[in-house]
Write a protein that binds this ligand. Sequence first.
Ligand code: ZN
Ligand code: ZN
Ligand code: FE
Length: 760
Amino acid sequence: MLRKRLAIRIEGTVQGVGFRPFIYRIAQERGLSGWVLNDSEGVRIEVEGAQHTLDDFGAAIRAELPPLASISCLAAVDIPLVAEPGFSIALSAQSALKTAQIPPDSYVCPDCLAELLDPNNRRFRYPFINCTNCGPRYSIVSGVPYDRSFTTMVDFPMCASCLGEYGDPASRRFHAQPNACADCGPTLSLHDQAGTQLEGAQPLAAAIGLLKRGEVLALKGLGGFHLAVDPQNPEAVARLRARKLRDEKPFALMARDIAAAETFVQINPLEKRLLESVERPVVLLEKRTEQQLICVNTAPNNRYLGVMLPYTPLHYLLLEDFPALIMTSGNQSDEPISYADADAFLRLKGIADGFLCHNRRIQTRTDDSIIRVLAGEPLMLRRSRGYVPRAVKLPHAQPSVLAVGAELKNTICLTSADRATLSQHIGDLKNQAVLDSLQQAAEHLQQLLATRPQLVIHDLHPDYASTSVAQQMADLPQLAVQHHHAHLASCLADNGRDEKAIGVIFDGVGLGSDGHIWGGEFLLGDFAGFERVGHLAELAMPGGDAATREPWRMALSLLHAAYADDLPELAVLDTIAAGDKRLLLQMIEKGINSPLTSSCGRLFDAVAALAGLSQRVSYEGQAALELEMCLEHDLQLEPYTFSLFDDGQGIIVDPTTMVRELVADLQQGRGAGAISGRFHIGLAEAILRVCLKLREEHGALPVALSGGVFQNVFLTEKLNLLLAGADFEVLRHRQVPPNDGGLSLGQAAIGGCYLRNRTR
Ligand code: ZN
Ligand code: ZN
Ligand code: FE
């Protein structure tokens, strides 16, 4: 029988995820000899045995991979035989863990869950149970190498039993850094609304009682505090809304299990897989119309509910008493999520009636991630807990760069060789607290990746807070990147592509290279550069930013674009005071405080307001979302007509005819559902026609869809069908959001290309 020895090197998320015990087990099972160890790049294995057994071993590595592990690269070479007696886990190489990836936070694995509920287990109902296959990671890591001493678990010396498991290669807790039990690990505590600890209370039971009474519970979780209330209690939900100053934005829910979730939302097999995944994101799911369980105020005017499953042992214990709980981020609106106890007591004062805390410190705040299913595939809307800091593989290795994102839904990105690591969701850069967390994230990432960037990339917009943060890094060269170019590059990088594409970048607003406000763009470009080859016709934004908060302003602007002074009589405009209307029209005509924008988001706002939906909004993108939500799925609907013309510099998509058709619909009393449907289909068809024209001129190129508008499922699916039907290759986002949460990836790819070209 042919014997061989292989040297195998594996890179990826392979440390701190039970990889060595896994290799040890599958080698033992097959009677192979050799060893496995961690080193600075990942895991090294030498393994010896019969050829066919080695083949089987190789297959098992991929087939039985531990739930938190992922392999980015596996290489094996034949080496001379050694014939040692058995298989062992060797000591880690000294230079350990320079570039090895820190794993993301994860769910509670089925083995731990079974132990949690087993009265005979020593961790019965212990809310911090974990093992190498599950538990906290990124949120508790303070430095590298990934070792207990560089996590917040350093506060808890292990007891003899835990230490025994930690040192035993056959144990599921072999080198499980957060390993703990009730004798040695973190404990729960209950605090009143002022933050004073209530001694003698049974924290869990008391917290459940509080929720049952309809009160608001602040709950310390994995990446920060949640505010929890009982969604079956409308007064409780109203109380939370009032105290959180959150009028309409939907609240996310945590359901006890799939069966409980199925009573109020519809779940398809892919959605079920996402809900149950180790990442445990919030998944947007269609509400069951007949459901009675969850009160309407949880997500008003929304056809969807954001639902997640429990992901910490504590969640499981809490949810034993509720089919579902509202779990919204523990913050005042606009502020970052609280994660330190003292800070939570301060900032959630007046919101929470009590606090369920624990003494395991959170090192890095991470919000819940949000996903929806689009065209049969997952689409990331917010990439944070569970995914961060997993790297996105770039098409090439590049010099290290730091990209600081834009203004809203901010994330940052640090690259190292061909790996782009995006930060957790940092949020809207509206106040100092959020800016501080951006700066912390920039330092933390550099430390974790042991990388110093050679360039910092920021948005072209001089007034973004992220731009000033970049400019303060005076020791680094700077590169300003146009917003929509970054979106295009983000979509390319997300698909592992480095080539020229047509970018359909439909977005809110971003500063264009001509000083105008862009946001409905057709770009031709790649990482190296771009050309603007078309855009939506520009509309005035009377009052500037006020037009973003008050969609009726955009409605007037759109009508003015089609009718000039001769505005039609429309009932929907009656709610606006005549004086306001006159003033606004004058501003538009004379161009006073009315910057022009080609933003698609603002066009959605205008149509939503005309269709009788929100005249004012309480969060960005609300009008567009409501327009999508009310859409009538009627196959008989005729698209509205957008006309195309060439202004000498590119193709302009003109809404004049569309507006007239929309007004005729309003005058005939057609509802918002039909108007929304016709608008969506019309826009998709207009985009297709532009792409066809661009193909005539520039040849066959893939079409990359990016920008916040492509969170819209109906538009994206319709456009996808149309483009695919015309033989276009469509590139959509896969790993990062199409909105500004994915922007830093594109900035980083552009920055890397800039440095590569400069050195060439
Ligand atoms: Zn586990
Ligand atoms: Zn212990
Ligand atoms: Fe954007």
